[in-house]
Every structure is written in C-alpha cells, then in structure tokens.
Ligand binder design. Structure first.
Ligand code: HEC
Length: 256
C-alpha cells in the first residue's frame, strides 16, 4: 500500500472508522501545497493570533477590574455566597421544594447526574449518519429542552436575587480610625461588646459598629435589650460609662 493512501479521517464520533489504525506516522505528501512548515510559518501565525487575544483580554481586565469583595470571614454566617453566572441555574434549581431540604439529593445529585449521564450516552444512542438538526428530532429536541431549562433557571435566579443586599454584604469597609488610649475605647475594651464586635469595631460574630446610623439612645437600648440575634443584657457596667460609649459609637464613622 502507498504510504498515506490508507489514511482515515474521523471527524464525527458517530461514524465508525473501518479497519485498524496503523502506527505508521501520518504522511501528508498527498496534499501538495496544502502543508506548511511548523517552524517558523505555522508557529508565527499561532503567535500572532495569540497576541491578539492576549492584548484583548488585557484591555478587558483593565477596563473592568474584577468585582472584589471584602476579605472572606468564616465566622460571618450571615454572608450568603452566590455562584458565578454560569452556575446560577444549579443554584436556582436547589431552591425549589422538590430539590431542596429533604429532597436535596434530587437537586444536587439525581438531576445533574441524569443530565451528564445522558450526555455521555449520546454517541451510543444517536448513531444516525444524518447531520442536519431537523433530521434528528430527538437529539435536537433534547438539546433545545436543556438550553431552555438552563436559560429559564438562570433568568429566574437573576430576577429573584437581591443584588443590592448582595453588594452591601460584600462591600469593602474602610477601617475605623480610633485612639486605643481614649476613655471611650477603654470602656469598650472592658465590656462584653468587644468579643462580638471586634477589637477595632470591625465586627466578628456581630456586625461592624461603625456607620450604624443609630443614635446614642438606640445603642443604649440595644446594649440593654439586645437586637434581633444579639442577646439582651450585654451591658454590665455603669450608666455613665454606657452613655459615653453609646455617644462614641453613634458618631463612629469609617474612613475618617
Ligand atoms: C454575644 C455577641 C454580642 C455581644 C456580646 C454584643 N453584641 Fe451587639 N450584636 C451582636 C449581633 C449578632 C448583632 C446583629 C443582630 C442582627 O442584626 O441580627 C449585634 C448588633 C448590634 C448593634 C446594631 C448594629 C447595626 O448596624 O444594626 C449594635 C449597635 C450593637 N450590637 C451594640 C452592642 C454593644 C454596645 C454591646 C456591648 C454592650 C454589644 N453589642 C454586645 C452580637 C453581640
């Protein structure tokens, strides 16, 4: 047999290649004028295309810096993470009753498992040599169904998400400038407040105490009676000290 004559091009996984592949290296001498040297011709073209993309990405990253949030805090259980856009459909799926809570296995394993499993079976089930989509109604139908489902779920998750709240919970907070020797800080450090609100008012179990927008009276009330998930009875010191602390906290602003 002529070298190269028996070569088969297999471009479609559904079409079986007859015969055995030989381990003789491929020979392209049958295609005069359609080949080129790898070095430097081909590589140079590759590099030029590569450079175009590289510069393109560079421009995009400079024009749209990544939307960084503040440093992740593993103790902050109020933070609700959201996946990137390409996984929002999964995120949305897990919100439905039939796929969450006691049925989590359905949303997290069964449905994705069926989808990926079906994808792997396609080469075995769709063996027709027909290539035009409308001549292969079943595979085309299933693919469109999958597209529609992913599109719908992504859409639902975007319109139902509270993006303003999401931006607020991740916002980078400026540090609070304070004098660790001041009377106010000593009162704060001597109270229970510091355990949950951080040694620099940055927050820990509880939120940051800067920029609360609360008045001194409201803070005094919170110190005595608690607030939502903050337990009551946190203040054990004197009324005078609490007044000084509350006045200080009411005026505590970040970035000053
Ligand atoms: C056991 C932990 C804990 C201690 C101790 C504690 N807090 Fe809190 N605090 C919290 C939590 C948690 C919240 C958030 C409540 C919520 O929004 O559900 C909170 C909220 C607050 C808020 C409202 C903040 C805002 O922006 O809405 C203020 C003000 C506050 N605390 C002041 C104090 C003061 C003053 C003390 C000391 C007397 C104190 N806390 C002690 C846990 C604590």
């Amino acid at each position: 047999m002529h070298r190269g004559k028996g070569m088969k091009f297999v471009g479609d996984s559904r079409i079986k290649a007859e015969g055995k592949m030989s381990n003789v290296p491929k020979d392209y001498s049958e295609y005069p004028g359609k080949t080129e040297a790898f070095w430097p011709n081909f590589l140079l073209k590759e590099w030029m295309i590569g450079a175009v993309f590289l510069i393109g990405y560079l421009i995009i990253t400079v024009a749209h810096p990544s939307p960084l949030e503040r440093q992740a805090d593993p103790t902050d259980t109020t933070y609700i993470p959201v996946p990137d856009w390409y996984f929002l459909f999964m995120y949305q799926l897990l919100k439905y009753e039939f796929a969450s809570g006691p049925f989590n296995v359905i949303g997290a394993i069964v449905v994705p498992g069926l989808a990926v499993g079906a994808l792997m079976l396609v080469p075995f089930m769709d063996t027709s040599k027909e290539r035009r989509p409308f001549k292969r109604p079943l595979p085309t139908g299933f693919m469109l169904l999958a597209f529609a489902a992913i599109f719908y779920l992504t859409w639902e998750s975007v319109v139902n998400h509270d993006w303003e709240k999401a931006a607020a919970q991740g916002a980078i907070r400026e540090e609070v400038a304070f004098d660790a020797e001041s009377e106010e800080y000593k009162i704060y450090a001597g109270s229970s407040c510091i355990q949950c609100h951080g040694d620099a008012f940055q927050g820990a179990l509880g939120p940051a105490l800067s920029d609360t927008g609360l008045s001194a009276d409201e803070i005094i009330d919170i110190a005595h009676n608690g607030y939502k998930t903050m337990p009551a009875g946190q203040w054990t010191g004197s009324d005078e000290d609490l007044e000084i602390l509350a006045e200080f906290l009411a005026n505590l602003k970040s970035g000053e």
